[in-house]
Design a protein around this ligand. Sequence first.
Ligand code: MN
Length: 413
Amino acid sequence: MKSWLTIAEDSDFSIYNIPFGVFKTKSSTPRAASILGNQVIDLYALAQGGYLKDVLADAEVLNQKTLNAFIALGKPVTNAVRLKIQTLFSEENAAQKDSLIAYLIPVADTEMLMPIHIPNYTDFYSSREHATNVGTMFRDPNNALLPNWLHLPVGYHGRASSIVVSGTPLHRPIGQTKADDQPAPTFGPSRLLDFELEVGFVVGKETQLGDSISTANAEDYIFGLLLFNDWSARDVQKWEYVPLGPFLAKNFGSSVSPWIVTLEALEPFRVASPAQEPTPLPYLQFEGQKNYDIQLEVDITAENGATKTVSKSNFRYMYWNMCQQLAHHTVNGCNVEVGDLYASGTISGPEKDSYGSMLEISWGGKNPVIMPDGTERKFILDNDTVTIKGHCAKDNVRVGFGQVSNKILPAKL
Ligand code: MN
């Protein structure tokens, strides 16, 4: 498959991808979009031009500031729209090139917005390497995983209101921290600000309270995936998290990439999941390849432009897959809503250069990263920008996510 549009070979947004997002320009209101190479496709205008009438009854679902109404139409509709866009912009349809060019807008002239309203956000803890690293650092290296970890996908309910899109700056959070050798906590800016390299999935189909989703049916409920940075203030976390878990160390902000890559676009990149021993309980068992080979990278860029790649990881390492996460989340009857976001948990690989957080990369601050300008990073400094990138590549087909990139501004005191 090839597009009549010239697309760079290393573009995340090939004709095979066709992700969905929301954009605006200086002259247009927020609306649904897709992207090919470095050209955003105005889907609302395309629908108004009559090009989607075979697959979409009501163009107005594309004329909204979030994709929720479009996603809620269900996979039969959203898949058909995606395939129609693919057909329109493919080489076989080059005859319509001159009229279709009118619906393309250079990326540089657009602003990408938060693509969905997120009713509920949950963060898992599903990378065995990450959980083992954290357990080794804070507990017992010989007994790093807690007793429940191999039996269920551990998670917590996070905060949806403070999830922002790539490009939105975040202030360093302030809060309570307590040094080990001090009797009382102090108040001030977090000194141990960290990122967490994660991938999130967006739910595309609701359930009713009391319903549960099986691992076999879970993919029907997953619209697509995006990159996710679960920003974390480690010093705040250390003091506050016992006994109920993450709270203000996480809820000051999380960030997502603007394009939702559909599960269908990721189909060629399925891989086997890691072997699970002990065998999980029946409701967590599954058949088939449920992991995805998504190459991930984290860069830190200092204010002066000095950039260092601090991690190269892969989504394929996840011990608990998305279907198991959704089955576990709903096994008690908890209902899901369209737009819900479920994040993987920090994705660490087996090697030191594949760890998904500064906590692990610098091993609690013991091994600082040296930036190209000679400065050190144990954690994230003010005015640093953290960028997560992700893509799949196989047999000359590339499907990518673009990036989630956010700058940390000084604390607002
Ligand atoms: Mn996390």
